[in-house]
Design a binder for this molecule. Structure first.
Ligand code: NAD
Length: 516
């Protein structure tokens, strides 16, 4: 198995003024080097240095990308299911063989630990595997003789060009929530990845080409708001799948809908873990650590608030604190427990919430600021941080922090915990920890959240169940992947058919058709 990334077309051989390589676009089945336009910096977060630039698409590049996808659509939509399935299968095989390469690319720009990056690829692979079974899922319905001599049936057809706009925290998995299904269903895709970690998408585009996907079916358009707005407003683009922060998700939903597009926009989160007094506190402490600090808290399904139903808080804090003391923070390539944050700016923003919480009266039990990592002074570090007694009026409680900061909020009862969760603005994920089956069952029924874990802290559904939250965590009617994913990327037709013959013809009748 090769771990080399040397031969991958992840950077422009022509360097910009900075002397750094520039990550370009993938249009018409070809890598497109930057044309000397606007760029944004790409960092290696563990060494804290800019290592590349990424091209930011201009109007001409946006037009070229969408036009190429539009040209490719009729041919791909008309390609037989058997042939489309063979390409998706081949993509699955290649990805499985070479997933380590992709994981290393993710770590070099995002910072997460390589094994965690591999986990992300594996979860994306699950959706590719689901997509290989698309002929079964896209079967229509058929009803014979609904009226005398009349049959009704339905088919599902692809939409055309679809746009995917993805966040920095899962540069491979989140695009794979959408594009395997969109492509299998016969659409052509323009992916606009996060400008913070743009190389994974180019690597995946190369892999599609190797798998035999025709040019133009999968396009990567690097960029910022200009590229996003191009996708949201272009008449050729039929649908938008977005994942990112809530304010941008709202903007995407409104703008794409205003331009007549189908849209699913997944937003931010503030996920609570409700710990009942009967729970096994060692298990809870382990899971709170895993879900709070895995990927440095940069997961939309991370647990950021533990609601401890008294009297467990003191004991639980002791157990969590002890475990934090053993966590190793460092360069993700060396397999520590936790890597750096994605940029210095993001690290500083996350750290500012520790001040906010303290100013509002919270106790900083473990302070991750000022952590030192040997031999990597410049990395974007923030150690695991534990806050106690966080007031629910504090911005540290009401806003998404998206970093390794775990807040404890003490509550007196199950009901107080449930009321807090249900009064929040977000509804992405939540978990209950208890050995009481009745309480867990009540929780799953009463809680106003899209994805629920029962003694499972990060309940990301498998590929054949759809992923998505409620309230400010999802704008639009469709969740990602699963059957809802196939519904999102297809439109249905209902056909009413009669083959005229004298026995069923019925003659002239101007009344509204009724079935008899
Ligand atoms: P972000 O909202 O900053 O960026 C997401 C995408 O939108 C990127 O491609 C970015 O280039 C683009 N974008 C940014 N600003 C824009 C603007 N003003 N106009 C148009 N486009 C713009 O999010 P992020 O920081 O990359 O990712 C972290 C966020 O994503 C967190 O809020 C996290 O909860 C959320 N997220 C949610 C899920 C989910 O399934 N609900 C999954 C992963 C991440």
């Amino acid at each position: 198995m090769s771990h080399s990334t040397e031969n991958l077309p992840v950077a422009d051989p022509f360097v910009e003024e900075s002397g750094l390589p520039v990550v370009g676009h993938w249009i018409d089945g070809t890598y497109h080097a930057s044309r000397g336009g606007r760029t944004a910096p790409v960092y290696d977060p563990a060494i804290g240095k800019q290592t590349k630039e990424v091209a930011l698409a201009d109007e001409a590049e946006i037009e070229a990308a969408i036009a190429s996808a539009a040209r490719a659509f009729p041919g791909w939509a008309a390609t037989s299911m058997t042939k489309r399935q063979a390409v998706v299968f081949r993509f699955r095989e290649l990805l499985n063989e070479r997933k380590h390469e992709l994981a290393e690319i993710i770590t070099s720009e995002h910072g997460k630990v390589v094994s965690d990056a591999l986990g992300e690829v594996q979860r994306g692979l699950e959706v590719v595997e689901l997509a290989t079974g698309f002929p079964h899922i896209l079967k229509g319905e058929y009803s014979e003789n609904v009226s005398t001599g009349i049959d009704v049936y339905s088919t599902k057809q692809p939409l055309g060009v679809v746009g995917i706009i993805s966040p920095f925290n899962f540069p491979a998995m989140v695009p794979m929530w959408f594009f395997p299904i969109a492509i299998a269903a016969g659409n052509t895709v323009v992916l606009k990845p996060s400008e913070k970690d743009p190389s994974a998408s180019i690597w995946m585009a190369e892999l599609w080409k190797e798998a035999g996907l025709p040019d133009g079916v999968f396009t990567v358009l690097q960029g910022d708001k200009v590229a996003v707005d191009g996708l949201l407003t272009h008449p050729e683009v039929q649908a938008i799948s977005f994942v990112g922060s809530t304010p941008i998700a709202k903007y995407i939903y409104e703008t794409a809908a205003k331009h007549g597009k189908r849209v699913q926009a997944l937003g931010g989160a503030k996920n609570h873990m409700l710990v009942l007094p009967d729970a096994d506190l060692d298990l809870v402490a382990d899971q709170a650590i895993n879900s709070g600090f895995g990927s440095a808290g940069e997961r939309c399904m991370a647990i950021s608030v533990v609601l401890a139903v008294e009297p467990v808080a003191d004991e639980l804090i002791e157990k969590i604190t002890e475990r934090i003391g053993k966590l190793r923070v460092g360069d993700g390539r060396r397999e520590p427990d936790m890597g750096p944050l994605v940029t210095a700016q993001h690290r500083d923003k996350v750290a500012s919430y520790i001040d906010i919480a303290a100013d509002d009266g919270a106790t900083v039990v473990v302070d991750g600021r000022g952590i030192e990592v040997e031999g990597a002074d410049e990395g974007f570090w923030l150690g695991p941080t534990l806050l106690d007694n966080v007031p629910t009026t504090s911005r540290a409680y009401t806003e998404e922090i998206f970093g390794p900061v775990l807040s404890i909020v003490r509550v007196e009862s199950y009901q107080e915990g449930v009321d807090l969760i249900n009064s929040g603005a977000f509804g992405n994920g939540t978990a209950i920890f208890t050995n009481d089956g009745g309480a867990a069952r009540r929780f799953q029924n009463e809680i106003q959240v899209g994805m629920i874990g029962i003694n499972v802290p990060i309940p990301v559904p498998v590929a054949y169940y759809s992923f998505g939250g409620w309230k400010n965590s999802l704008f639009g009617d469709s969740k990602a992947y699963g059957i809802q994913g196939f519904d999102f990327f297809t439109r249905q037709k209902a056909i009413t058919s009669r083959w005229l013959d004298p026995a069923t013809h019925g003659g002239i009748n101007l009344g509204f058709p009724k079935n008899d």
